[in-house]
Design a protein around this ligand. Structure first.
Ligand code: CMC
Length: 435
């Protein structure tokens, strides 16, 4: 890895003459970090940072966010440029290998992904064990985890070739697994992938086609889906990526690690927010109800959040949200939807929130999920699939971060410490002697 020591920080225990000089490390962008690894040995203390708001858990060369400036870079390239000029498969290559591919490299990579899109036929039968009304994220956790039971030849994490194959399999098969989770809920036949279609196109095909008739994917919708995939592909050390890294640090196989990431993504504070935004908009129902809803959000005792707003890192507009908003208008125009009450409601909600001191003072802006749900809904995708689509997109980010971690010589098992505040040592009291 390539961070440099650029200074030091001295920590002194007040009231004693004990202090430790800790190296200050700098990467290529962003704040420097204090390397606290010898703090416990030298001073006998740990650091405390619930939610990891001030802790760098690893060194990474993949994604950079400047939350104050609203900047998101994949391998140095701004997300706006990638969303406009690139596509998901090229971005996937970039995230996995660190550089933009040449024409030949891209063709070979795309072919490699395409060749892995089918899943083991036995996996079809795995779906039958789920209830038809199972949430598709539950199915995703199960089926992706079960891949470890099917692909035994890519479980050795110490073999670079097996890691490479596992990465390809995950990126290639996850749309198939996701589309089948949807088809299973609908009771429709599963559609096999088509190798003549691009990644996003093929995903839409497997979601929407039926064997009884020909299905042509609308190119504007394919482009919108591709953009959604690009925008969600990676986001540095967020909760699900950190989960993948933590699971991976134990030596667990990549399929199990990605299943762990899918589970973490499901929560409404993370990837589940896109589904929660639509539920929230439906509950608000009409712009006249916005002021009362905003009052509820501002009431500390209500526990109600404005879903799709706020971010741990972005304290300025989420750059992905701007692109999403534009894409949303494009998709509605293409579909001839002139009047979408949910979009009107979302825009009015955004306008009111952005002029309210509660949101301004806390630097709460729309995040990527505020508009993505409206796009997906307009594309005919049911709410329960929104987070699944996020998972399909994020798989390449998880896989890239997992590979980077395994290949990092400083990698150790992730094992946080704690401040223990439970009972001090006491003697067991036999049941008969207890009051
Ligand atoms: N609505 C109302 N108040 C909020 C919101 C919100 N969406 N987000 C943060 N706040 C308030 C929070 O109550 C706190 O207020 P106070 O200082 O008075 O206690 C203040 O803003 C700071 O928030 P925080 O809880 O310290 O922020 P966090 O970094 O811990 O949480 C978050 C970040 C994304 C979990 C949170 O903003 C949130 O729950 N947002 C809604 C869910 C959502 O849209 N999540 C998607 C995130 S983007 C996609 C992804 O990464 O998965």
């Amino acid at each position: 890895m390539s961070s440099r020591t650029t200074g030091s920080v001295t920590v002194t225990l007040d009231g004693t003459n004990r202090s430790a000089s800790l190296p200050l490390l700098s990467g290529s962008l962003g704040p420097s970090v204090v390397d606290i690894r010898k703090l416990y040995n030298e001073l006998g203390i740990f650091t405390y940072d619930p939610g990891y708001g001030a802790t760098a858990s690893c060194e990474s060369r993949i994604t950079y966010i400047d939350g104050d400036a609203g900047v998101l870079l994949y391998r140095g390239y701004p997300i706006e440029q990638l969303a406009e000029q690139s596509d998901f498969i090229e971005v996937a290559y970039l995230l996995m290998y660190g550089e933009l591919p040449t024409k030949a490299q891209l063709a070979e990579f795309e072919r490699g992904v395409t060749l892995h899109t089918m899943v083991h036929e036995q996996i079809r039968r795995f779906y039958d064990g789920f209830r038809r009304d199972a949430h598709p994220m539950a199915v995703m956790c199960g089926v992706v985890g079960a891949m470890s039971a099917f692909y035994h030849d890519s479980l050795d994490i110490n073999d670079p070739e097996q890691r490479r194959i596992a990465a390809f399999r995950l990126v290639a098969k996850v749309p198939t697994i996701a589309a089948w989770a949807y088809k299973y809920a609908l009771g429709q036949p599963f559609m096999y992938p088509r190798n003549d279609l691009k990644y996003a196109e093929n995903f839409l095909y497997m979601l929407n086609a039926v064997p009884a008739e020909e299905y042509r994917v609308n190119p504007v919708l394919a482009r919108a889906m591709d953009r959604i995939l690009v925008l969600h592909a990676d986001h540095e050390q967020n909760a699900s990526t950190s989960t993948v890294r933590l699971a991976g640090s134990t030596g667990a196989n990549p399929y199990a690690c990605i299943a762990a990431g899918i589970a973490a993504l499901w929560g409404p504070a993370h990837g589940g927010a896109n589904e929660a935004v639509l539920k929230m908009l439906s509950e608000i129902g009409h712009p006249k109800n916005i002021p009362a809803f905003i009052e509820k959000v501002k009431d500390r005792n209500s526990n109600v959040k404005l879903m799709g707003f706020g971010h741990r890192v972005y304290k300025n507009f989420d750059p992905r949200a701007k692109i999403m908003q534009r894409t949303c208008h494009e998709v509605l125009a293409e579909l001839g939807i002139k009047d979408e009450p949910l979009l009107d409601l979302a825009m009015e909600l955004e306008r009111i929130a952005l002029s309210d001191d509660y949101f301004i003072s806390r630097k709460l802006y729309p995040n990527v999920d505020f508009y993505s749900g409206i796009i997906l809904k307009a594309m005919g995708i049911p709410t329960s699939m929104f987070t699944v689509i996020f998972a399909v997109a994020r798989t390449v980010g998880w896989v890239s971060q997992w590979k980077e971690m395994i290949e990092d010589p400083s990698q150790r098992i992730g094992r946080p410490r704690q401040v223990y505040s439970g009972p001090t040592q006491r003697d067991y009291v036999p049941l008969g002697n207890r009051g």
